[in-house]
Design a protein around this ligand. Structure first.
Ligand SMILES: [Zn+2]
Length: 153
């Protein structure tokens, strides 16, 4: 399942990437018609809180989920109900910034990880698009705990 978040759902989009879902996020000021066309071409489900955009999507037979909650936890619950989203599908296998699938990082990349995090071990992954390195440090562990809570919720 591929998703497209409108620009108001940037945070939710990053959480979906953290859970491993292929999630595009609309650029600021993107036209509704362009979002709908992209969903159709890339076979994505549109996520939005915008009533008018949701109605346009329905008229164009683009699959859409209109979210009501204003916070990420509420939206996470709504998505689980609407699309059966598994919040622990494949945690931290995609870049949070650009959605690219991460590659295993070469062993020498460990030198870039703070020593305190290196001690914890775990997989190192690198984004082939932006070069960002991901390791299971405190930030990732906290995010993963939240994803686990959303899965149980
Ligand atoms: Zn990246």
């Amino acid at each position: 399942m591929r998703l497209l978040c409108d620009e108001m759902l940037l945070r939710l989009g990053r959480w979906l990437r953290a859970a491993g879902y292929d999630t595009a996020i609309a650029e600021d000021g993107a036209a509704d018609a362009d979002l709908l066309a992209r969903c159709a071409v890339e076979n994505r489900v549109l996520l939005t809180r915008d009533l008018r955009l949701a109605a346009r999507a329905e008229a164009a037979t683009v699959p859409v989920v209109r979210l009501a909650a204003g916070d990420a936890a509420g939206q996470a619950r709504e998505l689980k109900a609407a699309l059966d989203i598994d919040w622990l599908r494949a945690p931290f296998t995609r870049c949070l910034v650009d959605n690219a699938p991460l590659d295993p990082a070469p062993p020498e990349a460990a030198a870039e990880v703070p020593p305190s995090s290196r001690a914890a071990g775990g997989p190192l992954r690198r984004c082939p698009m932006c070069g960002r390195l991901y390791w299971p440090g405190g930030h990732v562990r906290r995010m993963q705990a939240r994803l686990a809570a959303w899965k149980r919720d």
